[in-house]
Design a protein around this ligand. Structure first.
Ligand SMILES: NC(=O)c1ccc[n+]([C@@H]2O[C@H](COP(=O)([O-])OP(=O)(O)OC[C@H]3O[C@@H](n4cnc5c(N)ncnc54)[C@H](OP(=O)(O)O)[C@@H]3O)[C@@H](O)[C@H]2O)c1
Length: 322
């Protein structure tokens, strides 16, 4: 897989003209490609497969690759790594053309356990090398175990078994403790970011330290697929009005907001028409005023689990061997 090459443009290219340089963050080479702090590149927009059944995952990944996606985000905890790998293998695309990202679950934290967690994921994916392997959550109640898991990622990186390593749902305090105790700055922190919850302090910390923010629930899925007090970002009047002004959908506007602010975005859908819609975001541009209007929607209310409350007791679950 070429580093620094233009490998993310299958279907995402075309009208891309913007080339941004945001200080102290991974360089945005072009809207459709980001460069991580170790020089590895990835398509900025990928397909997420959280809550996709194994069967739906196979068809969703196939539809995504057909539509031009070249980046898939899965996790050991999603129970669908095997189907991700099957769909990639069946696509006929060269392995080097698809960026595969997965996550180690907390039940597999610890140095040896996490090395073995890699083996489990690689076997299910049918891959020898994983492009980006991240810790799914910090485990604040046992941070030493989190650090041991991260040291295993460092070992996998130096052995060439993964091309980049990172974390997910790490708050500033967790990042500070990690940076103080380990050698490799995480390439990515995948966190909840959508117009109603932007976690700007975590994003700012990442920007200052060369850690790319990757947005989960980038179209606000967590605001409408779970019971809660939030109203859906898809129906937000500000977002709907901006969408109408550009003859685009609210989902496309939110993805564009993320991309223009330098984030990686990984929208999930199992429906071929939405999968195609979600990658059709490279032919329009939001104005500074529109970006600011979306920024102003932040409620400060988290949709996902409180990172500080993650424990093996409440969230632990065995990850099957095969
Ligand atoms: N690290 C973490 O802890 C964490 C947590 C959550 C998610 N993630 C990752 O981030 C990915 C995306 O996040 P997410 O799944 O929470 O939320 P999301 O991508 O913001 O939203 C997904 C929801 O939106 C619907 N949808 C997709 N495209 C749409 C469109 N164009 N118009 C209307 N509805 C649309 C999907 O339904 P259909 O499938 O029916 O289309 C699904 O209900 C996940 O799949 C996963 O890979 C990571």
């Amino acid at each position: 897989m070429a580093e620094g090459g233009n490998r993310g443009d299958g279907g995402q290219g075309g009208a891309v003209s913007l080339s941004l340089r945001i200080p102290d963050v991974p360089t945005v080479v072009a809207m459709n490609e980001l460069t991580l702090n170790n020089g590895v590149t990835l398509p900025a927009l990928g397909l997420g497969v959280f809550q996709s059944s194994p069967e739906d995952t196979r068809t969703a990944v196939a539809a995504a690759l057909q539509a031009g996606y070249r980046h898939i985000d899965t996790a050991a905890a999603y129970g669908n790594e095997r189907e991700v790998g099957q769909a990639i293998a069946a696509s006929g695309l060269d392995r080097s053309e698809v960026f595969v990202e997965t996550k180690v679950w907390i039940s597999d934290y610890g140095y040896e356990q996490t090395l073995h967690g890699f083996d489990k994921s690689a076997t299910k994916l049918g891959l020898e090398q994983i492009d980006l392997l991240i810790l799914h959550q910090a485990l604040p109640s046992d941070f030493e175990k989190t650090l041991a898991a991260y040291r295993a990622l460092e070992k996998l990186l130096s052995d060439g078994k993964v091309r980049a390593i990172g974390v997910s749902n790490f708050m500033v305090e967790h990042l500070e403790r990690l940076l103080a105790a380990t050698d490799v700055v995480p390439a990515v922190n995948q966190i909840e970011v959508h117009p109603y919850f932007a976690q700007r302090e975590v994003q700012d910390f990442g920007r200052q330290h060369g850690i790319l923010t990757q947005a989960w629930s980038p179209i606000g899925g967590i605001t409408f697929y779970r019971e809660g007090e939030h109203t859906s970002t898809l129906q937000d009047p500000v977002i709907v009005a901006i969408a109408q002004a550009h003859a685009k959908s609210p989902a496309q506007v939110m993805l564009r907001w993320g991309l223009q602010q330098g984030r990686s975005v990984i929208p999930k859908s199992t429906k071929a028409n939405r999968i195609a819609e979600n990658i059709d975001v490279f032919d329009f541009e939001l104005t500074g005023e529109e970006l600011a209007a979306i920024d102003a929607l932040d409620t400060g209310r988290r949709g996902g689990p409180e990172p500080e409350a993650i424990t093996l007791g409440t969230f632990g679950m065995p990850i099957p061997e095969a």
